[in-house]
Design a protein around this ligand. Structure first.
Ligand code: GDD
Ligand code: MG
Length: 399
């Protein structure tokens, strides 16, 4: 892969936000002759380097009632060296969609000769493992694991960590183009090759999202949710710098990856608010505004890479209500952050009222939050899931 250096960088305390990086070649071949790095504006990342990262990477696929054909396409886009972890919250009745997903994954694994891991978010055994490991914020009052994409991602992250992986990446299960899944994962790996800190995150900005407009294909750049979330996150950074910035382009990036070291230190926010909350929580914890609970991370710094993918992104379209909900929860996590200045809070409230998410007298709720995974008693968690019957968890390295 050949990828440009970020042209701009914004620093906030120990967090280094890189500007959008373009990909010039999806495949740049084997290791080339040495170049004068000092004046180079481009990284050439050879196959070997991508492979070295991919073999230490788990790819988590959160699934809820997606069409099986789409899920199968996504699996086939995942590079062979990566460990696949499917976390499903699909229905079990009247049709057991989870069993269908499990069968399909098993067949896939048999044909491609690799192991994978699949878990159901509502598996009582997983809930018990969380309970006994002291991570109860993920449980509902009835003892079940909560619904939600973030909740599934947390389950997957813990499994990746326990399987000894160094990197964890996420790809949605409703993607129509296996080739774009492959591209995102190569870009995650490229970001980690470039990164100099053990605490790094790669976020993908889609090059375009195809839509049909007046019987023609139109390749849209920014959705309304992303545009709004990015604008507010940029306003937040501008406030602290005193210079206006438009650097953040991936406020809602569902396609993203982290080093497991960083994933364990972050707090999480429920459902679709997880991605904007990554940025907020990084600023809260490592932005130098409040004292950091993890001073070691402050020494190494946190690097955020934003990479613009080349494939168009085509997925199952959500309805207007779903898109509005995503925008609303993104605003909620920014609004409720202790680092959000009063001026920005007022602007967010105005926007919420204008878009009829709130009446003038109401205050927005705060999405449910989950503390950093460092608080989980790993041995206890592992002991509990180790008793899972083989057909529930097809594992690599866990059992
Ligand atoms: N395990 C699990 N549990 N998976 C879930 C759940 C759940 O409760 N809810 C949804 N998913 C899965 C879906 O099946 C899909 O694979 C993925 O999570 C994303 O959900 P979508 O409902 O397809 O989200 P979206 O397409 O509207 O939004 C995506 O893109 C946004 C950026 O534009 C998501 O990735 C968002 O998180 C992201 O902000
Ligand atoms: Mg989707």
């Amino acid at each position: 892969m050949r990828i440009e250096l970020p042209r701009e960088v914004e620093r906030l305390g120990a967090v280094r936000f890189g500007g959008l990086q373009k990909v010039f070649e999806l495949d740049s071949g084997l290791k080339g002759p040495p170049t004068d790095e000092q004046f180079s504006t481009m990284y050439q990342i050879p196959y070997e380097a991508l492979y070295e990262i991919e073999k230490d990477m788990a790819i988590i696929v959160p699934v809820r009632n997606e069409r099986l054909k789409l899920v199968e396409g996504v699996l086939c886009g995942i590079p062979h060296p990566c460990l696949i972890i499917v976390v499903s919250n699909s229905q079990r009745q009247p049709v057991d969609r989870f069993t269908m997903e499990k069968d399909s994954l098993e067949t896939y694994c048999r044909f491609v000769k690799k192991h994978a891991l699949i878990a159901h978010q509502k598996d009582p055994l997983l809930a018990k493992a969380f309970q006994e490991a002291g991570y109860t914020s993920i449980l509902r009052q009835n003892g079940e694991i909560r619904d939600g994409k973030a909740e599934g991602m947390i389950v997957g992250t813990i499994l990746a960590w326990l399987a000894g992986k160094k990197y964890v990446g996420f790809v949605d299960a409703d993607n129509y183009f296996p080739g774009s899944v492959e591209e995102y994962i190569r870009e995650y790996a490229a970001g980690f090759v470039i990164s100099r800190s053990p605490y790094a995150m790669v976020r993908i900005a889609w090059h375009s999202k195809p839509k049909i407009a007046e019987s023609k294909l139109f390749f849209r750049k920014w959705g309304r949710t992303s545009a709004n979330t990015n604008r507010l996150l940029n306003r937040l950074i501008s406030y602290y710098h005193g210079f206006e910035t438009e650097l953040i382009k991936t406020g809602n990036a569902g396609e993203h990856a982290l080093t497991v070291d960083l994933a364990r230190y972050l707090d999480y926010s429920a459902g679709y608010s997880i991605e904007p909350y990554h940025i907020i929580n990084l600023i809260e914890k490592f932005g130098g505004i409040n004292e950091s609970p993890f001073p070691d991370v402050m020494k190494d710094g946190v690097e955020i890479f934003q990479i613009e993918s080349r494939n168009p992104h085509l997925h199952e379209a959500g309805d207007k209500e779903h898109v509005n909900e995503m925008s609303y929860v993104a605003m909620q996590v920014i609004y409720h952050s202790p680092v959000c200045p009063e001026r920005l809070k007022r602007e967010i409230l105005r926007e919420m009222v204008l878009r009829k998410f709130l009446s003038t007298k109401e205050k927005p709720p705060r999405p449910h939050r989950f503390p950093a995974l460092t608080s989980i008693k790993a041995e206890s968690f592992l002991k509990n899931i180790a008793s899972a019957p083989y057909e529930r968890l097809i594992t690599e390295g866990l059992l």
